[in-house]
Ligand binder design. Structure first.
Ligand SMILES: Cc1cc2nc3c(=O)[nH]c(=O)nc-3n(C[C@H](O)[C@H](O)[C@H](O)COP(=O)(O)OP(=O)(O)OC[C@H]3O[C@@H](n4cnc5c(N)ncnc54)[C@H](O)[C@@H]3O)c2cc1C
Length: 570
């Protein structure tokens, strides 16, 4: 029986210690931590795992250098420690990266002052990374010819970290970890609300793929619904100390702009940090920061113009980037935790991205607000502690539930890979040797892939042109990664849909074979569903755009002198 259907069957079959609603980073890390320490956990996600906010981040694991300006040193210390801990625990996945920040004339701080701040940041982070350095405009040019230094007065380089693959893959690995520890995790299952009964929670859930409803029983309920936490609390009658406000952020994926493995940082027109981030064969640029009222958002023409305009102003490109260069768009909201009473009225851009866990002991209910990917290990540990305080036994409290497999296993994998000359099979356009990539993505299971390739060398063939994904990875995904819709594989387990043009993907002869591997008889239906969805999303975005234009026009008519379509703030 397939992983998903067998897990759905298990959902109704027992009383879980904990049910988690929401499979973004917060829900996934909570599930991995609880399951790893021996608690009986179920996790449901109404879309795909990491299908919302957690697939739209900047992929950065950082100590919060921007909070240095607001002198929130305690937060910076906490985030730096989380960053260091992640780098140590995931050496192949979370890697140190240099940030080169260019300062232009008239900026509110002198570059030497910022450089001194970077040293303090480095010290607060226990000197864990490479030291910062100051760069003159000439040195910036020498290091990164692509940066337009005509109005630069200097810059500095410092280190933080980034997710080598992508955020969604990072999240899924926590879900996979939870499954390995016996958790029951299912995607495309929605909570319709929960009721507190004398001996625990009864949550009504619906299988989104079939419409079938069932009841899940648990002693504790965790609301990890990200931007929809407040909405789900309303369904379950929970009132909390915190609530969310939302900030929309977009990123554009464009052809690779520079070969250096650095993040280029600038201060955008609105004074906020703005990034050019390496993404394998592509570059990711962004982001914006716009207050919005609802979590369902699309990237508007104005957002896109803002990002392209800022990038074109700061880089020396052969020709300015335009809409035609956009390969894909990421757009989501940051759920920001504020005090339920009036907290959102603080200066919006100054709101920190700290997480908060509201605990209702009497009802055995937890709500996770805000947070960052960077903070995920803390969230996992804090949730275990809170659940334990609610009377749930934690049989293995010291078990380490996260991290890559031990170095000994990695060495054995690399040894076997070397003996069979695996790296000779690396695709020509690939950004790294095959062995490095397989280890990072699959850890111990990469050894099984070696076995498959030894038995049948066709398993090492790239299936979808222009990507680095092999036939054996598709088979693995089918067995172990709960691919329910094609988008789950193309956009989240892999990053194919981010880095390959949709048209190129449509033409790729390998895409259908990939679908056959993943979906068998349903291959054509899933393929059609995928392209229908991307078409529908585009037309919805266009409709939102039209409505916004009409709105702006009516505002101008109602208030002569008002500026049409201006964003509140980025
Ligand atoms: C533009 C942008 C850039 C960012 N950059 C970074 C960065 O570089 N580094 C960093 O550390 N952080 C970054 N963040 C922040 C980080 O991405 C988020 O804080 C984090 O992903 C939130 O995770 P979550 O689990 O709370 O929410 P989500 O990922 O949204 O997960 C919540 C899940 O709950 C599900 N759900 C909701 N209701 C129900 C229901 N009724 N039943 C079942 N499931 C339900 C949703 O489908 C969703 O998948 C960024 C965020 C944005 C938007």
């Amino acid at each position: 029986m397939e992983l998903r259907s067998s897990n759905i069957d298990k959902l109704g079959g027992e009383v879980f210690d904990v049910l988690i609603v929401g499979g973004g980073i917060n829900g996934a890390s909570a599930a991995a931590a609880l399951a790893g320490k021996g608690v009986r956990v179920a996790l449901i996600e109404r879309g795909d795992f990491a299908g919302s906010t957690s697939m739209h981040s900047s992929n950065l694991v950082w100590g919060g250098i921007k909070y240095m300006e607001s002198r929130d040193f305690a937060l910076v210390r906490k985030l730096c420690r989380s960053r260091n801990h992640l780098i140590k625990s995931y050496p192949a996945t979370v890697q140190e990266i240099r940030f080169l920040t260019t300062i232009t004339q008239g900026f509110r701080y002198h570059p030497r002052y910022l450089w001194a701040g970077a040293w303090l940041y480095w010290l607060i982070g226990n000197g864990f990374t490479r030291i910062p350095r100051f760069l003159s405009p000439q040195a910036i040019s020498d290091n990164e010819a692509i940066i337009d230094t005509s109005s630069a007065v200097g810059g500095f380089e410092y280190s933080d970290a980034y997710l080598h693959d992508n955020d969604a893959r990072f999240v899924f690995n926590f879900v996979r970890g939870a499954l390995n520890y016996g958790a029951v995790a299912v995607n495309y299952v929605e909570s319709l609300g929960a009721q507190r009964e004398p001996d625990g929670w009864l949550t009504r859930v619906r299988d989104v793929m079939t419409g079938k409803e069932l009841a899940v029983r648990s002693r504790v309920l965790i609301n990890a619904a990200g931007p929809w936490v407040d909405e789900h609390n309303a369904l379950t009658g929970q009132s909390t100390n915190h609530r969310h406000v939302y900030s929309k952020g977009i990123h554009l994926i464009v052809p690779r702009l520079t070969d250096s493995q650095r993040v280029l940082a600038f201060f955008a027109d609105d004074g906020r940090l703005f990034f050019v981030i390496p993404m394998g064969p592509r570059t990711c640029i962004g982001t914006t920061d716009t207050r919005v009222e609802r979590p369902e958002v699309v990237a508007t023409e104005e957002d896109i113009r803002f990002v392209l305009g800022n990038i074109n102003k700061r880089l020396r490109l052969e020709r300015p980037l335009d809409q035609q260069d956009i390969i894909s768009i990421r757009c989501g909201v940051r759920p920001l935790a504020v005090k339920a009473a009036g907290g959102g009225e603080r200066d919006f851009l100054q709101l920190s991205r700290k997480h908060a866990i509201d605990i209702n002991r009497q009802d055995a209910h937890l709500s996770i607000f805000g947070g960052k990917l960077t903070d995920c290990l803390n969230v996992g540990e804090e949730v275990v502690e809170a659940v334990n305080r609610m009377g749930i036994e934690v049989p293995f409290p010291k078990h380490r539930w996260y991290g890559e497999p031990p170095d000994q296993v990695r060495r054995e994998f690399l040894h076997q890979a070397r003996l069979m000359r695996l790296d000779d099979l690396t695709a020509q356009a690939s950004s790294e040797p095959l062995s490095t990539r397989l280890w990072r993505r699959y850890g111990t299971h990469a050894l099984e892939m070696l076995e498959e390739i030894r038995e049948d060398p066709r398993q090492a063939e790239v299936l979808i042109e222009g990507t680095e994904y092999l036939r054996c990875e598709l088979h693995y995904a089918k067995r172990r990664e709960m691919i329910t819709r094609l988008e789950d594989f193309l956009r989240r387990r892999s990053k194919i849909a981010l880095v390959v043009h949709e048209e190129a993907m449509r033409r790729s002869p390998g895409l259908r074979e990939a679908c056959v591997i993943l979906f068998g008889d349903e291959a054509d239906a899933r393929l059609e569903e995928y392209f229908d969805t991307t078409r529908r999303e585009r037309s919805e975005a266009a409709a939102v755009e039209r409505a916004a234009t009409l709105d702006a026009a009516s505002t101008v008519l109602a208030e002569p002198g008002a500026e049409p379509g201006r964003q509140a703030s980025h």
